[in-house]
Ligand binder design. Structure first.
Ligand code: PMP
Length: 403
């Protein structure tokens, strides 16, 4: 039964029980209509109320300023690796509409783990010139990276090298696989160095695995923030994109000027914004459940402050147990620097022949599920998203102490 299981999945991840119960009902018969939520028109008044309510609650929870559009897009975080590049290059091209010799801009990536690596690689791929020998569409740069440290820490402020004229700067707030997260405290030496990014250069953040886990520091300093739903928001399917409205540009006009890659219409933020995210059929079920989660977070979890407090307590409990076990030589915590540690994805390695398997099997017997680290890095990963309770985390901490 669900209540005997502690689900530490990295995503898709657990959702609040009351939300699931309500969603199950809505799947069969939405609000007394006799029709399930996935059987209603996405242009009808019922779905309009769902998506508009979700947007209003999201704006309230994260204090999203009015000069940002909130888009409900599809294709996951992976599609955003491409979409942010395409839209911001189109923006840059239109800013330089009258340049006779338009030069491909640099795009600056902060590479702190597997996901920012993938985003960077997509920018490299999409920069490939339209013909051999022709100008590339952009020049991707790595402005800072912790790859030499195997992505187990974050860069310090003076390790960033931003180019003054970049079309944008990109970072991943929480690296789901490696377990590093930029600290919420903007005074920390490991905080993202907003002040070092040259004035006017748009900042893009992948918030996929930390979205809604706590407030977004310096939200107004960002150009684009995006996040797939499947961690703290809802089921996979919908991806939230928060875009500063002046960056919503007609990519067709940019394409006509030349020097930019073609932009599929589904990736154009302006089209999504102009059509209130209903340019085509949206992932209605994912949006519906996300709307229920947002309502729940606002009303039952004391908003973002309550959520942040609970997540901090969970992280503290687990890292304390891990540090103690490490001091006793039982295991190795992957991220040493406290300010770089993720509160959402906690990674560690059990040393010794066969011990990791033993740990996982013992955990299974106690109801702990989905603790295996990502296949690319191995080890153990406990994901502590919003719906994971402090009791579950304490149970895991006790198990670690006794192991
Ligand atoms: N960015 C981050 C930080 C992620 O954790 C993930 C997936 N877990 C992605 C991007 C890719 O998202 P998707 O699988 O939705 O394409």
């Amino acid at each position: 039964a669900r209540d005997q299981i502690h689900n530490f999945a990295a995503g898709p991840s657990p959702l609040p029980q009351p939300v699931l119960e309500k969603a199950a009902q809505g799947l069969l018969n939405y609000d007394g209509t006799g029709i399930g939520v996935c059987e209603l028109s996405h242009r009808g008044k019922e779905f309009k109320a769902i998506i508009e309510g979700a947007e209003a609650n999201l704006r309230k929870l994260l204090e999203i300023p009015d000069n940002y559009a909130v888009l409900f897009s599809q294709g996951g975080g992976t599609t955003q690796f491409s979409s942010v590049f395409l839209n911001l290059l189109a923006y840059r091209r239109l800013q330089h509409a009258n340049d006779a010799d338009y030069a491909p801009p640099t795009v600056d990536y902060v590479v702190t783990g597997s996901w920012s690596s993938k985003a960077y690689q997509e920018a490299v791929r999409l920069s490939i010139p339209p013909a051999p020998g022709a100008k590339p569409f952009a020049e991707p740069r790595i402005a800072a990276t912790t790859k030499p440290a195997k992505f187990t820490t974050l860069p310090k402020a003076d390790e960033y090298d931003f180019s003054p004229e970049a079309a944008y700067v990109y970072y991943c707030e929480n690296e789901t696989i490696n377990g590093v997260e930029f600290p919420a405290d903007t005074q920390s030496p490991y905080a993202f160095p907003f002040d070092r990014v040259p004035e006017g250069v748009p900042i893009v953040a992948d918030y996929s695995s930390s979205f809604l886990s706590r407030p977004i520091p310096k939200i107004e300093r960002h150009a684009i923030i995006y996040a797939g739903a499947q961690k703290n928001l809802g089921p996979p399917g919908v991806t939230i994109v928060i875009v500063r409205k002046d960056l919503l540009v007609d990519t067709t006009e940019a394409m006509k000027l030349g020097g930019v890659p073609a932009v599929p219409i589904q990736s154009e933020f302006k089209t999504l914004a102009d059509n209130k995210s209903l340019y085509n059929t949206p992932p209605v079920f994912s949006i519906y459940v996300s709307a229920l989660v947002l309502e729940y977070l606002l009303n039952e979890r004391n908003g973002i402050a309550g959520i942040a407090e609970a997540n901090a307590a969970k992280g503290e409990a687990l890292y304390a147990a891990l540090d103690e076990a490490e001091a006793n030589g039982k295991l190795r915590v992957v991220v040493k620097e406290k300010d770089a540690r993720s509160l959402m994805n906690v990674t560690f390695v059990i040393e010794g022949e066969g011990r990791e398997k033993e740990f996982l099997e013992g955990g299974e017997a106690r109801g702990f599920r989905q603790l295996k680290g990502h296949r690319s890095v191995g080890g153990i990963r406990a994901s502590l998203y919003n719906a994971v309770t402090l009791d579950s985390v304490k149970a895991l901490a006790e198990y670690i102490k006794s192991f």
